[in-house]
Design a protein around this ligand. Structure first.
Ligand SMILES: O=C(O)CCC(=O)C(=O)O
Ligand SMILES: [Fe+2]
Length: 340
């Protein structure tokens, strides 16, 4: 049975049974860390400094925030407030887009959103195809009325930031600056508009389980309510709060960056914890390869005489494994690891 959305106007006094996670899946079952996610200022005229900071953050977390990124505050604000308005629509208006078919776009769903789910995560999501605009804009929701214009402006601007960051990252890896242009970023740009209503007992639930995004790079904005956490690399592996910074964008590398960089950069593992007081809304914009794209470590990233860490694959093949492993970071990568 498909689950009911959480954003139905109800204020929850207790957590329904199907959202209560077993002890080892609750947020308190793994350590937290007091480290901070680096903030990279994209303004100024010192590209070397920017590249160095991206590399440092990419190695340690696969996560960073960017400020002075060039997306106008008004464009971000319009997108966020239309997204919040969507979740405030009467349930029956949102349910027109409800589906448990993960391939459908646009799609409104709750938790992960398939029929087999037994344990539910505390989030609702509107998943949208965004770019190329010509391919998707005719299918965007008609309500709220300003959502379409907001999406057009926001998607275009945020995709440009992502591509700029990929040029800087390629330079940092010592690759041709255009390495990620072409097939590696030719897939559709997809957006998860996530909404987490206040949860009466955050210690029992999770908004999203730990995962690493499957794509190349994700750019995220939030409404200032905390919840997103990133995992630090290394033996401690603690969870670090991504502090909401007004006007900033949060950037995380996906699995494909780890593969292309032959492990030099990390696909950022993250999760979302719930919040008792405020509703959180986030916009996760995914830049991804074309399905047929052959993904492999960039030649310069593999030391002479060594095999790449991961064998080559098509993005379609990777997505099959990702879906089967339900996003478990190490299990997915293990499927493609070269043994020696
Ligand atoms: O809500 C967030 O901050 C994270 C969302 C996320 O990880 C996703 O949509 O893949
Ligand atoms: Fe994610």
């Amino acid at each position: 049975m498909a689950a009911e959305p959480l954003s139905n106007g109800a204020a929850y006094q207790s957590v329904p049974e199907s959202y209560v996670l077993p002890g080892d899946k609750r947020p308190g079952s793994s350590p937290s860390s007091a480290a901070a996610i680096p903030v990279v200022d994209l303004g100024g005229d010192d590209p070397d400094r920017i590249v160095k900071q991206i590399m440092g953050a990419g190695r340690e977390f696969g996560f960073f925030q960017v400020i002075n990124h060039g997306v106008p505050g008004q464009v971000m604000g319009e997108m966020m407030s239309s997204a919040e308005e969507f979740f405030g629509l009467p349930t029956e208006e949102k349910m027109v887009l409800y589906s448990t078919d993960s391939k459908k776009l646009p799609r409104f769903h709750t938790s992960i959103g398939n029929d087999q789910e037994k344990l539910l995560y505390w989030r609702d999501c509107l998943k949208l195809g965004c770019y190329p605009l010509e391919q998707f804009r005719h299918q965007w929701p008609q309500k709220p009325a300003r959502l379409r214009a907001a999406l057009e402006a926001y998607t275009t601007a945020v995709r440009a930031v992502a591509l700029r960051l990929l040029r800087l990252t390629a330079a940092g890896l010592g690759l041709d600056e255009g390495h990620f242009e072409g097939e590696l970023t030719a897939g559709p740009v997809i957006m998860n508009v996530n909404h987490y209503v206040p949860c009466p007992e955050p210690s029992l639930t999770m908004g999203l389980a730990p995962h690493c995004d499957p794509n190349v790079v994700t750019v995220l904005a939030d409404n200032g309510v905390r919840g997103l956490q990133a995992r630090q690399r290394g033996s401690g592996g603690g969870w670090v709060d991504v502090e909401p910074l007004p006007g900033a964008l949060v950037v995380n590398f996906g699995h494909q960056m780890e593969v292309v960089s032959n492990g030099a950069l990390r696909g950022g593992e993250h999760r979302v914890v719930t919040n008792a007081r405020a509703a959180r809304t986030s916009l996760a914009t995914f830049v991804m390869p074309a399905m047929g794209c052959a993904v492999a470590a960039a030649p310069g990233m593999v030391p002479d005489g060594e095999a790449p860490r991961y064998r080559a694959f098509t993005y379609q093949e990777f997505m099959g494994a990702y879906t089967a492993a339900i996003g478990d970071r190490d299990a997915v990568l293990a499927r493609f690891q070269n043994k020696d």
